[in-house]
Ligand binder design. Sequence first.
Ligand SMILES: Cc1ncc(C[n+]2csc(CCOP(=O)(O)OP(=O)(O)O)c2C)c(N)n1
Length: 653
Amino acid sequence: MLRLLDKIDSPADLKGLTQQELKQLASEIRGELVAIVSANGGHLASNLGVVELTIALHRVFDSPRDKIIWDVGHQSYVHKLLTGRRQRFASLRQYGGLSGFTCRSESQHDPFGAGHASTSVSAALGMAIARDLSGDNYHVVAVIGDGAITGGMALEALNQVGHLDSRLIVVLNDNGMSISPTVGALAKLLSKVRFDRRYHRAKETGRRILTALPLGGRLWQASQKVKSRFKGLILPIMVWEELGFTYMGPIDGHNIHELEIALTQARDYRLRPTFVHVITTKGKGYLPAEGDTVYFHGVPPESVSTKVIPTYSEVFAQTVLRLARENPRLVVVTPAMPEGNCLSIVDAEFPQRVFDVGICEQHAVTFAAGLATQGFIPVVAIYSTFLQRAFDQVIHDVCLQDLPVVFAIDRGGIVGEDGKTHQGAFDISYLTLIPNLIVSAPKDENELQHLLYTAVKSDHPMAIRYPRNPGLGVKLDTELHSIPIGKGEMVRYGEDVAILAIGATVAPSLEAAQELTSNGIEATVVNARFAKPLDSELIIRLGSRIKRIVTVEENALSGGFGSSVVKLLEQSAIYDIQVKSIGIPDEFVEQGAQVALRSKYGLDAKGIVQQVLTLFPNLDSSSLLMVKGRLKERRPFKNNSPPIPDIEGGHRG
Ligand SMILES: Cc1ncc(C[n+]2csc(CCOP(=O)(O)OP(=O)(O)O)c2C)c(N)n1
């Protein structure tokens, strides 16, 4: 049987539906969300919570003429279903499919792309001012969660909205949750509104009186005024009024009728910016998600097997816990990602030393800098993509003052289905240009432990970037030790080509070297460990002997590890050498499975082999096999050339 949802090709198709039909539609949408997100992974609970809100927004406003801007964009799946993308919905978050966030190139109903939090009010204000300057009259609505509204950018934007008095609607989707419970003073204030029993009792009485009056009539309007004054007396909502908004709410975010009344009032109120406070339940309508909103905030794709090997994030947290036990001055700072960074075990034992600061990356970094000035050792646990937000804070507040802040950078490299906004493609580039900062990446989870230990003892700012994945399953040393700063490790020796790899690319490079051997090419593999300072001694020694060098990194080629190696060789006047750099080209990395994306950029063993072979232009791989025996004679370095002395790690090929 055809569902109501199957007849919705654009928001216009919603307009003729009865309230009863809308309820049915909401339930069908929930079914679709659960089915597709269970298979593809994604932000389930956030979307289940905004089903009624999205329907009401699209009934009251006229998208795409009116602009609806979803903060973060992770809760825009319902919006996608209602704006002509229903038939492609099964491709959500897959390679070539619909994005898991809003995206301008995807639909005219997405006036602003997102993925990172707290941008909606700024973007909406820009659009509202552009509208006013061009004499147009469409509506602009920013929909922002109680988590995202704690972000600095959102607060900066609200400040300007109140100042400019521009006609703009901010809808606060208040479910009391960020990924974990929303933190901070603003969150406390909002929870007072959510839970105030006196208000809700009085509201119920008021509702009964109001529904008895004709909608929009004089008596109804007068009662609205009384209601709003009364509300102001008992609820801490005056803050929004004082900021220059007309406050409407709190509204039951699962009652489409009530939502439509409030949104219509906001739409038709032309004097000031309006703030519509909507209360929703995250995960609404799907009991497992309502019961565990943290897990169901972002669920993995069905295809992801239950892992047995600990992830890098888990090893990070276990190591931090060990280090915190040894050092009472170690503190941990997370900008709203305690789950992603697996910090619950540290928080359980040292709640006073773990700080969730909300979605506030800039503040997180400078807060850590302040702690460091007083002799504490802050470990800032942060995703690569979100640290971009705090670039100046890393430079100005931490590195310029050479403060010993440890940056534990999770999700460095290709992250997969979250796509362009979330790839950790740039950190090596944007960090290695900063003076005083040590930038490292472990080859496996065991080395992650030692690098963390090293960073905590280093007395300088130090970054450690590691991937989203499970580790390699290597044994974890029980004793931790310091790794000499700027020292790489030669993990394999061969004289035809040197593969210099960093972080997660060391393992596929070793695999590639093995493969190359069967083709008659002997490769050196270096685990660089440090993108800054480079192990210049080792690289120069290798560059002086092996005239083919390949660098490998899961980072942008621009300004990355490879470009630092090239610069070093050039500065050392080593010109008679061929260098090939493997990494991410000058483009934003699409969404898709990590494996597929790594293969696309030649970052797996096969890709590395292919790139190495291009340095042997006269030999295709079949002839390589045939000349295997004779190749020795043609090698640039004969067997009688002196061995490379004193190389740490030696030949473990
Ligand atoms: C700058 C930035 N930091 C962190 C995140 C990770 N993140 C995605 S959604 C989210 C929680 C958002 O909470 P809220 O705005 O209340 O929306 P809800 O999911 O509760 O509806 C976080 C922290 C992000 N997307 N952007």
